[in-house]
Design a protein around this ligand. Sequence first.
Ligand code: F6P
Length: 343
Amino acid sequence: MIKKVAILANGGDVSGFNAVIRAIKRTAETHGIECYGYIDGYRGLVENNYIRLDGNPLANGILPKGGSIIGSSTNAIVFHYKVEHEDGTVTYEDLSDKCVQNVKEAGFDCVFTLGGDSTQKSARDLFLKGINTIGVPKTIDNDVACTDITFGYNTAVHVATEALDRLHTTAETHHRIMVLEVMGRFAGWIALESAISGGADVALIPEIPYDIEKAAEAIEKRKKRGKPFSVVVVSEGAHPINKEQTTHSAEGIDNEAGISVKFGGEGNRVAKKLQELTGLESRCTILGYMQRGGTPTAYDRVLSTKYGAKAMELALEGKFGVLTVIQNGKLRICSIRRSNRKQ
Ligand code: F6P
């Protein structure tokens, strides 16, 4: 019988983090289980920094609240953790044994890991080292394996759709091409679905390298049909055929995915090119972190609640080393075990 559980929110924030935290906490409370939250994701696990959530007013009324009441970390990989020494030197160390010890000493029977692929990879490796973990898939990019949808994604699409609606009217008024750059380093879900829901004329996604001439042709055709304006959505990770993605140096930033470059800039490149090819004035808007902040949509609140409640139920059943997922519209679980763990 489990008695104490902890939640860890990790990676870039999304709308819905708090809704998952609330669902886990409330299900825990119903069963008389103590519920804690690590501060700033895996960093809290390394530093043994956590707070109690059940009975804590900080955790009340959080369903519609953006961000994460227990913080999150985008650069804490416990197996390759950045340690800054007093003499100014920096080393990367495997602190996973320390994490295992911290969890055991705190007496947590389960750690819920709310995060994307990289977060779940660490959760799996910690599970293989003896910690009971249960993952909940998060990311606005919707690119976690095994699940049809991650929490936070729907809100991001909603924000991008609203931006497109607004760009549409200004595009039409000024006979311009309005380019909207959305997030998505390797996955074009936000671009694709917001393009459909926002009625965009062109969508460029990382999965299909684009030919700018073809995009310009589509815009020219609209011009000939009496529509001298267009709306184009571009994923930050989209790139032309035979060309690299647009990135810039992020020296000193070691993000969750372990990459030291930041994506972004493709929207401006596309706008410039389309202006040259079509003669229509073009402007680019970069939506950026607007997609991650603020209150979740009703869909994300429901999804996050289902995910959180299910995760806690799994802990009660003693099913660890799994990820809650949606497959063909149904709430299911997926094993994250790669091999038998050491007991
Ligand atoms: O993974 C989600 C994401 O929103 C990406 O689309 C984006 O490139 C990235 O996070 C940026 O995150 P940060 O600047 O916080 O590292």
